[in-house]
Design a protein around this ligand. Sequence first.
Ligand code: 5GP
Length: 191
Amino acid sequence: MRQLFQNLYPMDEITIKGLTFEPYISREEIAKQVERVAAEVKRDCVTDSPIFVCVLKGAFMFAADFYRAIDMPKSEIAFIRYKSYLGTESTGEMNKILGLNDDITGREVIIIEDIVDTGLTAHALRQDIEAMSPMSVKMVTLLYKPASLKVGKVPEYVGFEIPPKFIIGYGLDLDEQVRGLKEIYVLKKED
Ligand code: 5GP
């Protein structure tokens, strides 16, 4: 039965909005690295009641799997949403459209990101959260493109280091679509 399922739904190329993407990271590999980073974050927590801050929208799927994997009953999860200003270049100006209502003063905070590319989003987030006087702030990201980092710190916990290519799936979008893909796909180079 399992074999039949795999044959019926192999990871295949997909074309969306005229762009072709090829399979990049399987759901098994994602699950393995989610478990690994969850174990590392849990090992390093200095309290048993950290607050995790999921950055919408892209991190929602990773955060759900990560939060189940970390299994810390006294921890909390909160959500924040930023959007880059439209019509500007990468200035680092972020528009916070859903803020944190939770009191994080003196708390151990772990930001959950989907991907760190230039680092602008991560940097703005850290600054905003640090201004709220937490005990500490760390970041776990599913994906990190080290060659693209322009500003800010290297994330403390990384699922996958990847080259500076455009990827989709498992929460990551193409113009708001394809977030529900269970695997991660990479934009195929034109021949
Ligand atoms: P930053 O450049 O600020 O580190 O990343 C900003 C945002 O760009 C990320 O949170 C993510 O939403 C988006 N992003 C960066 N790289 C990719 C990518 O390869 N694919 C997709 N779908 N979004 C990306």
